[in-house]
Design a protein around this ligand. Structure first.
Ligand code: KG4
Ligand code: ZN
Length: 358
């Protein structure tokens, strides 16, 4: 089945043409073509994503990307079996841009259209990497998956590619959101995750920030207290930290020395990765998981990946993680999730709203 997938949930406009095969037991994906238009530079000036600006850009970008992908893929319309579009979760105006575009295209091409969940896209993004395609004989289930993005932090238990259960999620800020907010406190530009990651490599994790909910009996997370601890640490050292959006302006008003920025970044990252990793592997042990998965924008974090690689190696289980291009938002992952969803015969209303049900 060949799927044309459309992603516009936040600040990336994505289109991908994905060849999907193998069914629910041994799904295989081949990305035939993909394009992505990032709006990061546009939103960076505002210190975060502005929904109406994102919508405007998606509306502008979608026909351009379709044209681009059509030129790379001869007979795109006739070769497409299904069109998939992200219906949530995400920024409502941004989602609507994709949904309206997809509806028109489906009508024009006379193709079926399926509404897809963005977090399911992240969840199954490791399967886009040929190394992690599931051969029938060597099943990696049950599996435990940590999906960490800018809007969500979820721990899931997968019985197979069609059945999963949410074990826990964030009670306040998502992991990526915490990276972004701490970056702001440190006057680092948006998006903060990659910046913190870079700075952390240069610093030492010498500040003992708390690891919220590390010992709680459940699988929930909380990151807002960790962010506040960073705020009070900086204030305690005499810095007037506001976390305002304009990092350049704040930097001149309130310079924080590079060595301190690096050490705070390293210490924050150490605490955040520590909680995510400890809880995920506690679930791996409790459920006897045969593989552990990480996905979502924060899965691009080198320390998190290293910690997961070590945890998986220690237990002799496999680590499923997306290749570097598919950690953050993209349309190919929406194609993968749409294929599995179509096989489950699950329909979602074509409205900007998303649940994540098996
Ligand atoms: O999955 P994603 O692209 O979008 C959402 O669905 O939210 O995730 C974006 C998030 C942002 O919060 C960004 O700061 C974070 O992923 N991120 C990272 C890294 N790269 C992106 N966080 C930590 N380390 C990174 N290297
Ligand atoms: Zn995402």
């Amino acid at each position: 089945m060949r799927i044309l997938a459309i992603e516009t949930s936040c600040d990336e406009t994505g289109l991908a043409f994905v060849d999907c095969a193998g069914g629910l037991t041994a799904p295989r994906f081949k990305i035939l073509a993909e394009t992505l238009a990032s709006q990061i530079e546009l939103h960076a000036a505002w210190g975060g994503v502005v929904p109406m600006l994102a919508k405007r850009e998606h509306i502008k970008n979608l026909p351009i990307l379709l044209d681009k992908i059509s030129r790379k893929t001869p007979r795109l319309a006739s070769r497409t079996d299904l069109i998939a579009v992200t219906v949530g979760p995400g920024l409502e105006p941004a989602l609507w841009a994709g949904i309206e575009f997809a509806k028109e295209l489906a009508k024009k091409w006379g193709k079926p259209l399926i509404g897809t969940n963005h977090m399911e896209g992240h969840l199954f993004s490791p399967l886009l990497d040929s190394r992690f395609q599931i051969p029938d004989s060597r099943k990696p289930f049950p599996a435990v998956a940590l999906v960490v993005s800018g809007g969500h932090s979820m721990l899931l238990r997968l019985a197979d590619t069609a059945h999963w259960k949410l074990l826990g999620e964030t009670r306040d800020d998502a992991a990526g959101e915490a990276f972004d907010k701490v970056a702001r406190l440190l006057n680092l530009p948006y998006p903060g995750g990659p910046e913190i990651s870079k700075r952390a490599k240069l610093g030492r994790p010498s500040i003992p920030f708390p690891m919220p909910m590390l010992h709680s009996k459940d699988y929930d997370f909380s990151f807002s207290g960790l962010k506040t601890a960073v705020l009070y640490h900086l204030k305690g050292l005499g810095y007037r930290v506001s976390g305002i959006a304009d990092s350049a302006k704040n930097k001149t008003l309130n310079p924080i020395p590079d060595t301190l920025v690096n050490d705070v970044a390293a210490s924050f990252e150490f605490a955040a990765v520590g909680v995510l990793c400890t809880k995920a592997f506690r679930a791996v042990d409790q459920y006897g998981a045969r593989s552990v998965w990480i996905a979502g924008g924060v899965a691009a974090n080198a320390s998190l990946r290293k910690a997961f690689e070590a945890g998986a190696a220690e237990r002799g289980i496999s680590l499923f993680a997306p290749d570097m291009a598919h950690n953050t938002d993209n349309a190919a992952m929406i194609g993968a999730a749409a294929y599995l969803q179509a096989l489950r015969k699950k329909k979602r209303p074509l409205r900007a709203k998303g649940d994540m049900q098996t």
